[in-house]
Design a protein around this ligand. Structure first.
Ligand SMILES: Cc1cc2nc3c(=O)[nH]c(=O)nc-3n(C[C@H](O)[C@H](O)[C@H](O)COP(=O)(O)OP(=O)(O)OC[C@H]3O[C@@H](n4cnc5c(N)ncnc54)[C@H](O)[C@@H]3O)c2cc1C
Length: 414
């Protein structure tokens, strides 16, 4: 018997989870990725949750020491570089590239096509057709839109729903472990370090190395620095050296040298010297504007949205990849249990509730940062300073908070 065919648009982690989960339940699934070259994570670190580890195990990928690095201590550093508070934690830090590679290796090469940019979709009673920029068409029984926060698939069905700018950006930097000066390495490499300049949030922690190594000496040190940034300032940051404006986000290699020089000087002025030095040593720090989006619907006939294409959560819960994995598993399970039509209806009910909950979690954690651009009188109580106890609580209860959102969404879906 011929297997039903799924067309998966987007070849990042969400698309790979979707294709692998659908294949595990009897589908033929092919991924179509617009980039002509293999995606790379440029070492971007991600925090993970037990729910993600479970999803990977379900696909036969052991979430072992080769996947991630455990961090057991949180340290708060003041502007002078002294630790003024230290707590226990249990976080598991991996990298986008490590997760991507293990999912990509599971998929037969012929089921992953590069250089395929989706333009639009047509549907009829018997199937769905994807139309690509190179003039080709592909026919399937189901189309999964896993094409990220600026999804072409979502834009076709929900043209009025675009991600909202949260009012801050995340500056990111990374340094190979061997390039971290020994004195700084001994002091902080193994910790999850926080610096709290007024109105900002600076995080630094170890992650797997650029080629996904987790052994001591070959890892990397990752920085994520959230900075309130007014829309007009963001627009300026997104103008390249030739004067061309890139709207509200700019490819990292095009960030102007004066912008890089200025953020490095600001790091020196605002955060602990050890972490400022690491930030400065990265020749190519880059920024990502933070957006979020809650979609009212995620199923349109034979088309289902998944991962960031469905809901974009702010990164604070560290759950974007986990949510993509859980969406994919739910999609495959609902269709396997209920058939295509009822399965998609069930998927939409459950994952809309789940996605909304994860977006709300991210908004709650990022409220302090968003508040910084508001007039003082309109800010919430906590906006003057970020209470450490709140930060530690949310830091240490993220997986439980995610599970609570999941449980609540299952109840809401009935
Ligand atoms: C600062 C920051 C920190 C983060 N930290 C974490 C963390 O610690 N933990 C975590 O789990 N998550 C984290 N995330 C979120 C995580 O990166 C995303 O949630 C995740 O990458 C979403 O995966 P996705 O596959 O849904 O979308 P994406 O990764 O955006 O992939 C979409 C893919 O679709 C392709 N595509 C787009 N349009 C088309 C088209 N028309 N045709 C074909 N292909 C197309 C794109 O090229 C891309 O490869 C963070 C995000 C940010 C911004």
């Amino acid at each position: 018997m011929t297997k039903p065919r799924a067309l998966v648009i987007g070849g990042s982690v969400g698309g790979l989870f979707a294709a692998n989960m659908l294949r595990s339940t009897g589908w033929d699934a092919t991924v179509f990725e617009r980039n002509a070259e293999e995606l790379t994570g440029r070492g971007a670190g991600i925090s993970t949750h037990p729910q993600l580890h479970d999803m990977m195990r379900r696909l036969g990928i052991a979430f072992d020491d080769s996947m991630a690095i455990g961090v057991s201590r949180i340290v708060f550093l003041n502007r002078g570089g002294d630790a003024y508070d230290t707590r226990d934690t249990a976080r598991v830090m991996s990298s986008w590239g490590r997760v991507f590679r293990s999912l990509r290796d599971l998929l037969p090469p012929e089921n992953y096509r590069l250089g395929k940019t989706l333009l639009r979709i047509e549907q009829d009673a018997d199937g769905v057709t994807a139309i690509f920029a190179d003039g080709t068409r592909e026919r399937g029984d189901l189309l999964v839109g896993a094409d990220g926060g600026r999804s072409t698939v979502r834009a076709q069905f929900l043209p009025d729903h675009q991600p909202d700018y949260a009012g801050y950006v995340a500056w990111r930097a990374m340094l190979d472990e061997r390039d971290v000066p020994p004195a700084i390495h001994a002091q902080l490499f193994e910790n999850y370090s926080y610096c709290l300049p007024p109105g900002e949030l600076f995080l630094a922690y170890p992650v797997p190395g650029r080629n996904n190594e987790t052994q001591a000496g070959q890892r990397a040190y990752n920085i994520v620095w959230y900075r309130p940034t007014a829309p007009e300032h963001l627009a300026d940051l997104c103008i390249d050296a030739s004067g061309k404006s890139h709207g509200s986000s700019i490819p990292p290699p095009l960030i102007r040298p004066d912008v890089i020089a200025s953020i490095k000087a600001t790091a020196r002025a605002l955060v602990a010297p050890q972490v400022a030095e690491i930030f400065e040593r990265d020749p190519h720090p880059f920024f990502q504007p933070i957006f979020d989006l809650a979609s009212p619907r995620i199923v349109f006939g034979r088309v289902a949205l998944l991962g960031d294409a469905a809901f974009v959560a702010r990164p604070h819960p560290g759950a974007g990849t986990t949510k993509g994995a859980m969406d994919a598993a739910k999609l495959a399970d609902c269709i396997a249990a209920l058939g295509l039509d009822d399965g998609l209806a069930r998927y939409e009910r459950e994952q809309c509730a789940f996605g909304s909950g994860v977006v709300a979690l991210g908004r709650r954690e990022g409220a302090y940062l968003s508040d910084q651009l508001k007039p003082r009188a309109e800010r919430r109580e906590q906006a003057e300073s970020w209470p450490i106890e709140d930060l530690i609580h949310s830091h240490n209860t993220r997986s439980a908070a995610l599970q609570a959102v999941l449980d609540k969404s299952l109840q809401a879906a009935g």
